[in-house]
Design a protein around this ligand. Structure first.
Ligand code: G6P
Length: 594
């Protein structure tokens, strides 16, 4: 949830820490801070964005330091609660991502032993525990302190007078970036891409000591070797590249993302790549789990399975499933997660494994925690997604679902050939939506004046109504609800008025007639109506106040192009309202707490 960074090397650490923190802001941005060590510690932190911190910071000398950008859980965003957190001697500083579940009892115990706490955070107990156990060996003190701690953590510990960083992880991501006589520690790859593409992923239970030119990692006291990976993402991919916001850049990257994600799976000769785990003949049902936008991909997946595979399928929110969900025997679980770190997904995966089921993970982040738990991982090739609102990662996820279910499907050869052709045409169809945004701009300007909006869809476009509403609400702060079109009359009709626009997705499938009926019902209740419809569907013209046209496409792929249109609609509406599009208030890109 928070972003953490560490640097040790030959250069001045302050500009490096601040630059890397700015790249980690999508993990949290309500406060931030840095600490540098020489013979004493120098800390600068505040409840501001990284850019402001950088402007206000005095020049702190030192070639070893740590930094943090926070998404508050324990204690409001404030200067005191911002990381790094120190011990009583102000010699040990800690940055932490995760949650310490037993922090209250630890705090009571430490207070009774004379420790004085400055903040309301759970993190501060770690600094005091390290102080308590320190007897001249920082690594040992960290190891001992962590034995008292219950919860999740990725930490970097810095101590005055010690030219090293001590790191540890459990259930929160942490990587080490290897440079030339310098090393970086970060919660995420995009933070360090400017400096190196060689990384080591720490595993749960690892404690490491990092110096300028060495790295020693131990697990349960025994030294271990962790493989070095080469990251294929480039530094440019994690930059705005001339776009005003990451979100707009990422929306525009989607034709390429589709191509990249399908490459290797959908060969030109029409043979769909086999996928062993799905082909397992014992599989009798499928369970697809996700959170947020990835849950909407899971819902789209449910419709794809129903149409192509025809075996029982459930799509569930991982956060709900974890409290009631049963996993029938011979169920294949598929988890979908852009970051590969979402806490609810990790819990759901462990439950599935305990129930004896195999788990396929669809994720965008190589080496992420899900990839280590899953029986098989399919990587989407969306590249780094920086904007908090997920766009291109959703697109890549549903591409994987199409491909995966086609490889498993029992549809006839003609249908399969048509679908393969459709997949190959997808990038150009999406490009057409991007190139024809005039009407979307007009509708966005109009929508920006309202405070409540409904999105409706049917069938495979019902999840797209949910996703359209989610995109609009999270970045424009307009209250938006996605509804199955047939359900509007069971309650929400009471809210319809001239002040409540409805955005209706009309697909060219067996839901079209019913949707037209719904549209008429809405119209007669005076709600402004924006319709998203395929080229040539003239019937909608006289019913709608505005029509956004999208290219005609095989109905099973209509979620793809409708999503792109709704992403643009949300983006431009938020822009009209002057919202901080890439970093919406109170949200974080990666949610590593339950
Ligand atoms: C956060 C992000 C969303 C994302 C959700 C699930 O809420 O802001 O954009 O859809 O987490 O994340 P995941 O990484 O599991 O896809």
């Amino acid at each position: 949830m928070c972003g953490i960074i560490g640097y040790i090397g030959k250069r001045q650490a302050q500009p490096i820490l601040l630059g890397c923190l700015a790249k980690l802001e999508y993990r949290g941005y309500d406060s931030c801070g840095i600490a540098l060590a020489g013979s004493s510690l120098n800390i600068h932190k505040d409840a501001v964005r990284v850019g402001e911190l950088a402007k206000a910071a005095p020049q702190l000398e030192g070639t070893v330091g740590i930094g943090h950008t926070r998404w508050a859980t324990h204690g409001e965003p404030s200067q005191t609660n911002a990381h790094p957190h120190c011990d009583c001697t102000a010699k040990i500083a800690v940055v932490h991502n995760g949650i310490i579940n037993n922090y209250q009892s630890l705090r009571q115990q430490l207070t009774s032993e004379g420790h004085k706490f400055a903040s309301e955070t759970d993190t501060e107990v770690i600094s005091h525990l390290i102080e308590k156990y320190y007897q001249g060996d920082l690594e040992k003190a960290v190891e001992t302190a962590l034995r008292d701690v219950e919860g999740s953590y990725a930490i970097i510990v810095l101590m005055a007078g010690e030219p090293k960083l001590v790191v540890a992880r459990k259930d929160s991501p942490l990587i080490i970036g290897i440079g030339d006589r310098e090393n970086f520690i970060a919660s995420d790859v995009p933070a360090i891409l400017d400096f190196t593409n060689r990384v080591v992923y720490l595993e749960d239970g690892d404690v490491g000591v990092i110096t300028t030119d060495s790295m020693k990692i131990k697990r349960n006291g025994t030294e271990v070797t962790r493989e070095k990976h080469k990251i294929l993402w480039s530094a440019e991919q994690a930059q705005k590249g001339g776009y005003e916001h990451f979100m707009l850049k990422e929306i525009h990257e989607q034709p390429k993302v589709i191509r990249d994600t399908l490459v290797g799976w959908v060969p030109v000769n029409g043979v769909v790549t086999d996928f062993a785990l799905m082909r397992d003949i014992g599989v009798e049902s499928i369970l697809i789990l996700g959170c947020g936008t990835s849950y909407h991909a899971a819902l789209v997946g449910k419709y794809i399975v129903e149409e192509l595979v025809g075996i029982p399928v459930r799509a569930e929110l991982a956060s709900e499933f974890n409290y009631y969900g049963q996993i029938p025997p011979r169920t294949r679980t598929i988890v979908i997660t852009q970051s590969g770190e979402t806490a609810d997904i990790l819990i759901a995966m462990r439950r599935s494994r305990e129930a004896g089921g195999k788990v396929i993970a669809i994720t965008n982040v190589v080496g992420s925690t899900v990839s280590r738990i899953a029986d098989q991982t399919i990587y989407t090739r969306a590249g780094p997604e920086i904007s908090v609102a997920a766009t291109k990662s959703f697109m890549a996820q549903i591409m994987v679902l199409y491909w995966l279910m086609m490889s498993y499907s029992k549809v006839d050869a003609k249908r399969l050939a048509d679908m393969l052709l459709g997949l190959r045409q997808m990038p150009s169809k999406v490009q057409q939506v991007l190139d024809n945004e005039g009407k979307i701009l007009e509708c966005a300007k109009y929508l920006s004046n309202f405070e409540n909006v409904f999105f409706i869809g049917r069938g495979i476009n019902f999840p797209i109504a949910l996703e359209g509403a989610l995109k609009l609400k999270e970045i424009s702060y307009i209250h938006a609800e996605g509804y199955a079109a047939g359900e509007l009359k069971h309650g929400p009709f009471a809210l319809l008025s001239g002040d409540t626009p409805v955005i209706a997705i009309v697909a060219q499938d067996n839901t079209r007639e019913a949707m037209l009926t719904n549209i008429k019902e809405i119209k007669s209740r005076g709600a402004p109506l924006i319709v998203l419809a395929g080229e040539g569907d003239e019937a909608v013209e006289e019913l709608a106040d505005s029509v956004i046209r999208v290219p005609r496409i095989d109905a099973i792929y209509s979620p793809v192009i409708n999503t792109v249109a709704l992403q643009l609609l949300a983006y431009y509406t938020a822009k009209h309202r002057g919202c901080p599009i890439d970093f919406p208030r109170n949200l974080a890109k990666s949610v590593t707490v339950e």
